[in-house]
Ligand binder design. Structure first.
Ligand SMILES: [Zn+2]
Ligand SMILES: [Zn+2]
Length: 142
């Protein structure tokens, strides 16, 4: 157990992301934070907080959207062997977080190694359509 200190500000960032239904960009986070807590957090300090929360496993950055989400799991579980896997709905932006089974992470690492490549960051982001958005009643003409 690492003794990561969740300062008030860090905790508020996590809460803010947990309240959001969809991933937020850094600037959306800053706007909401300043509004909600009547504060004036600036971009450099917001990025510092976000990076520190990512390292500690409380928050993930979706590279394909350039947005942030709160980790859906107990923080300890998202480190080490497991790597996060995201299903991202391109219609409503809703994100589901799962874990890539560690067997698969090992296979990805092995496959990298077989090609002389060291996988250091096995997070997977899959884009598609969630069940709600896929309903024909949704009205979207395919
Ligand atoms: Zn996670
Ligand atoms: Zn959707």
């Amino acid at each position: 157990m690492s003794a990561y200190r969740l300062t008030t500000k860090r905790r508020q960032f996590v809460e803010l992301l947990e309240q959001a239904n969809t991933p937020l960009s850094a600037y959306e986070i800053i706007d909401r934070y300043n509004e909600q807590f009547d504060a004036r957090v600036l971009a450099p300090s917001a990025y510092r907080i976000l990076n520190s929360l990512i390292e500690a496993g409380f928050v993930h950055r979706l590279e394909t959207c350039n947005k942030y989400v709160a980790c859906a799991h107990e923080t300890d579980q998202c480190c080490d062997d497991a790597a996060p896997q995201f299903f991202i709905c391109d219609r409503c932006d809703v994100v589901q977080e799962l874990h890539i089974p560690s067997r698969l992470v090992h296979e990805l690492r092995d496959s990298g190694a077989a090609h002389g490549f060291e996988v250091r960051y096995p997070q997977i982001e899959l884009h598609g359509v969630c069940r709600d958005c896929a309903e024909p009643a949704g009205g979207a003409a395919a």
